[in-house]
Design a protein around this ligand. Structure first.
Ligand code: DON
Length: 303
């Protein structure tokens, strides 16, 4: 297994040259474009990794899975889905179009930026710090790593350049869907900047693969919520490439513009991938290819 992962990284590293770093968040443009790494943790206790696994990167949109879990734990399904829909979109993750034209005031799903802003606004706590701490606690529990924190440089970089997210948050306020715009944006930028490694992602994926149970047997995420978020990962996790990813890879997964992918194969394994050179839809270019080969070789498709 270990040597196969090594081969995969070697085979796919050249494809990193075809991708592009996210530069609309200036700090992300400082990442190494040729980095590529993969970590796997299986339900049987197997731990495997290859490539640039020690590198830390920020969760970005992968944090949308975590905030959805927490909002569902805090508010329940009915209240959350009063505010945000369940349908995939054919438009990019940061599109304002759907919000205005197709679903005024109710973002299509929690995995696109508009939907994630609404979800962030639903997380309980009296201050941004308290709410962030609750998100961090869940990430640390799922990853079984108490040292996980926020990358302040990435946070500040997005805070001063996040014009489109700011616009969407104000648009949502007009419809009464988001109340306190500034604290919602603050929390959103912070949870996007939570810093992890491939192995942290593999453990988080494993927790979801075990229906919310960590390796010590603690139920960190309620079982029905673990099932629900994996369904969103299949239908919306790779944005407007989710259909193609489901066909070619067939694993619940969530990407982020820093180049991370969190993948979870139910009852089998968690996988963390990092490759910051992105394709035109904002997913790790080499990372998606690597997962495709991994899925084919190990027969991981859930379909
Ligand atoms: O809001 C943003 O644009 C970023 N903080 C996160 C976007 C993202 O990760 C999209 N993923 N592919």
């Amino acid at each position: 297994m270990q040597s196969f992962l090594k081969e995969l990284v070697e085979k796919h590293r050249p494809f990193t040259r075809e991708g592009k770093l996210a530069d609309y968040i200036p700090q992300l443009a400082k990442q190494n474009p040729s980095a590529l790494g993969v970590s796997v943790r299986t339900c049987e206790g197997g731990v495997y990794s290859a490539g640039d696994c020690p590198i830390e990167f920020t969760l970005q949109s992968i944090s949308k899975v975590i905030t959805l879990i927490l909002a569902l734990m805090d508010r329940g399904e009915e209240e959350v889905f009063d505010h945000v829909g369940m349908e995939p979109t054919g438009n990019p993750f940061n599109s304002i179009y759907d919000l205005e034209v197709n679903s005024p005031g109710k973002p299509l799903n929690p995995m696109i930026n508009a939907g994630a802003l609404v979800v962030s606004s639903l997380i309980e706590g009296s201050t941004v710090e308290e709410r962030l701490e609750r998100i961090l606690t869940l990430v640390r529990d799922m990853a079984e790593n108490p040292d996980i924190g926020v990358d302040e440089a990435v946070y500040h970089s997005e805070r001063v350049t996040g014009y489109r997210n700011r616009s969407m948050a104000y648009f949502l306020k007009e419809f009464g869907i988001v109340d306190d715009v500034e604290s919602t944006l603050e929390l959103y930028f912070k949870h996007c900047s939570i810093s992890v490694t491939c192995d942290d992602l593999a453990r988080m994926g494993l927790c979801l693969a075990r229906y919310g149970e960590d390796e010590k047997g603690r139920q960190v995420v309620p079982r029905p919520i673990a099932r629900l978020v994996k369904t969103f990962m299949v239908t919306c996790g790779m944005y407007n490439a989710s259909g193609e990813f489901a066909i070619k890879v067939g694993i619940p997964a969530k990407s982020g513009v820093s180049g991370g992918i969190l993948a979870s194969v139910p009852e089998r394994m968690g996988i963390g991938v990092f490759g910051p050179a992105l394709d035109e839809k904002g997913n790790s270019h080499a990372g998606v290819r690597l997962l495709k080969d991994l899925s084919r070789e190990w027969n991981l498709s859930i379909f």
